[in-house]
Design a protein around this ligand. Structure first.
Ligand SMILES: C[S@@+](CC[C@H](N)C(=O)[O-])C[C@H]1O[C@@H](n2cnc3c(N)ncnc32)[C@H](O)[C@@H]1O
Length: 364
């Protein structure tokens, strides 16, 4: 008999007991299972890891995010104490670069207490190392709800794409939830629930209600987006959300698995692959704004970083660098529009308390 990993055995046990598993449950187990989950056990970043994120590509990214926060803090009325909150800080690189950059605004830097919301013990340990000697108080939490109330600026770079999604498939009979089962050959495989979900189409934008059979629709619970909205609206705060995704709610299948910089089948090797899906920025913004926050964007990452002066920052770094090609390559990766570049695929949205006004980068 085939040997399964402990996590795959648990998934199979649940399917055997409860029937085909929703994709959100599968994703949550694969990414966050306390003993065997992908994030719980791995540090997946970097050239030798599974993927690379914008802060790991260049220091310019975190620096500009830091400068953005210092300007927003002034727009918030320069509160004496501000919580700088990061959701899913990865290796802590973005926060480190942001804190270094804001040394040029000492009043802001001395107002900061950093709150890192991280579920993975492996990455928490890495963040502690990266941020050692940062010179500001650092506090870790398991969820945003645990961060004490008060004025806050929240960052989330590639956080929302890691949150579980569900999928539905259109058939002649209606929209059916897609689930995961054990197929007759004994493999984990996608299936659909036998009965359609009554009135599901009423939840979709009018233009998406009657697509061809086989169309896929993905959605997230948006509870984390609502938490962000509440913090921003209740505590005179602001949030910056950067991720890959689409500006408007759309049909399409974007669930993907990545391991060692290559795409893989999401159902193989549970717990060993990064599972993500595009962020639906329209749905996310609706949830944040419903809590009383004002939304800006989404705009493309290239527009946001250009607006904050990334090209000038690159020129300054090049003037001091021994190898300028590295900086050119990083700049192209962050703001370029070619395949593998992030400039167009990644979007940036900001949310503020209604009194804060338009944040930097979103003026046009
Ligand atoms: C793709 S990484 C992005 C890391 C970092 N922001 C960057 O840009 O390099 C996703 C991060 O979110 C964390 N994470 C995923 N789901 C989480 C959850 N439900 N609560 C808290 N952190 C979570 C992961 O452990 C990881 O730190």
């Amino acid at each position: 008999m085939e040997e399964h990993s402990a996590l795959e055995a648990e998934i199979r046990r649940r399917i055997a007991l409860g029937g085909p598993m929703p994709i959100s449950e599968f994703m949550a187990l694969c990414l966050l299972d306390p003993t065997h989950g992908y994030y719980t056990t791995h540090d997946p970043f970097g050239a030798r890891g599974d993927f690379i994120t914008a802060p790991e590509i260049s220091q310019m990214f975190g620096e500009l995010v830091g400068i953005w926060a210092s300007a927003v803090w002034k727009q918030m009325g320069a509160p004496e104490n501000v919580r700088l909150i990061e959701l899913g800080p990865g290796r802590g690189t973005m926060m480190k670069d942001a804190l270094r950059a804001v040394q040029i605004v000492p009043e802001f830097r001395s107002a900061i207490v950093v709150h890192l919301v991280e579920i993975s013990p492996a990455l928490r340990a890495q963040q502690e190392k990266t941020l050692e000697g940062a010179g500001v108080p650092l506090i870790w939490h398991g969820s945003l709800g645990d961060v004490p109330k008060g004025p806050a600026i929240i960052f989330a770079n590639e956080f929302f794409d890691a949150l579980p999604i569900n999928q539905a498939i259109k058939t002649e009979r209606g929209w059916h939830e897609r689930r995961i089962q054990i197929d007759p050959s004994g493999q984990l495989a996608f299936t659909i629930a036998p009965e359609p979900m009554p009135f599901f189409q009423n939840l979709l934008p009018a233009a998406l209600r009657a697509p061809r059979a086989g169309a896929v629709f993905e959605w997230r619970a948006e509870t984390s987006a609502m938490d962000v909205g509440r913090r921003v609206a209740d505590n005179r705060g602001a949030a910056l959300v950067i991720d890959y995704g689409h500006t408007e709610t759309a049909l399409g299948e974007t669930l993907q698995a990545v391991g060692q910089h290559a795409y893989a089948d999401p159902l193989t090797s549970p717990g060993h692959l990064d599972l993500t899906a595009h962020v639906d920025f329209q749905s996310l913004a609706r949830a944040v704004e419903a809590m009383g926050a004002t939304g800006f964007g989404p705009i493309e990452q290239s527009q946001f970083l250009r607006g904050l002066g990334i090209e000038r920052r690159a020129a300054t770094l090049k003037a001091r660098a021994a190898r300028t090609t590295d900086i050119d390559e990083a700049l192209e990766r962050l703001i370029g529009r070619k395949r593998n570049a992030m400039g167009e695929l990644f979007k940036v949205a900001a949310f503020t308390h209604p009194s804060v006004g338009t944040p930097p980068g979103f003026e046009n």
